[in-house]
Write a protein that binds this ligand. Structure first.
Ligand SMILES: [Zn+2]
Length: 225
């Protein structure tokens, strides 16, 4: 997906999109470091790797857990509504993102599909700048041990069964069967961003005040004439 991209099917259900505008997998499934169904991705261009690379909300998300203590660096989000997964299922999803050095969101925050979700980074247990995604089907059910001191989400699924890769530039897809969603529509009116709403409102009030003062000023001028 690309920044601010939004996509829903004909029933207005959000289509779950791959969070980066590029795909370069540095560790796939069953990777040697703490991986079962999770994967690691880096920012990339034709000139090579890019650190602190942005990624976006694959669907509208609610932040439900965050842990930056004891060497951990993860945030857990749940989809706000049921979404369309790449395997055709319609369900809630849970996603963990790791290693962002400057996490933007806290528990309770809502992030609209397409909005900036975070950046690749080096927080927590890493060997270099990247992001780590782990997706589970359904709402957040907690973690299960992988038996090597590491954990992944309960009900974890293959990422290629979760994300459609529409508009992502592929550099290294590890040969997995990633799919594109064929069809869909842009949502009619993107809902406003809650955090920016307050500012917008003040500005409208200010503009109205200014206009009414201007009118009063001209009325007074007219009266004097
Ligand atoms: Zn990882």
């Amino acid at each position: 997906m690309i920044a601010y991209q939004r996509l829903v099917n004909n029933d207005n259900i959000e289509v779950l999109l791959f969070p980066l505008d590029v795909m370069y997998i540095t560790q796939g499934e069953n990777g040697s470091i703490s991986h079962s169904l999770a994967m690691d991705f880096v920012g990339y261009s034709s000139n090579g790797q890019i650190s602190t690379y942005p990624f976006y909300a694959p669907c509208t998300l609610v932040c439900v857990d965050k842990n930056y203590n004891n060497g951990q660096a993860y945030i857990v989000y749940e989809s706000k509504n049921k979404v369309l997964l790449a395997n055709g299922d319609i369900d809630y999803i849970t996603i963990v993102v790791m290693h962002d050095n400057s996490p933007i969101y806290n528990i309770g925050d809502v992030v609209l599909q397409g909005e900036l979700l975070g950046h690749t980074g080096t927080a927590g247990y890493v060997t270099g700048d990247h992001t780590h995604f782990n997706v589970a089907k359904g709402k957040y059910q907690g973690w299960q041990s992988l038996g090597n001191g590491f954990s992944e989400l309960v009900n974890s699924i293959h990422l290629y069964d979760a994300f459609y890769i529409n508009d992502t530039v592929i550099y290294n897809d590890n040969g997995y069967a990633w799919k594109k969603y064929d069809g869909g529509v842009l949502p009619p009116t993107p809902p406003p961003v809650y955090k920016k709403e307050a500012k917008k409102f003040k500005w409208v009030v200010y503009t109205r005040l200014y206009k009414s003062r201007k009118i009063a000023y001209f009325n007074n001028k007219l009266k004097r004439k």
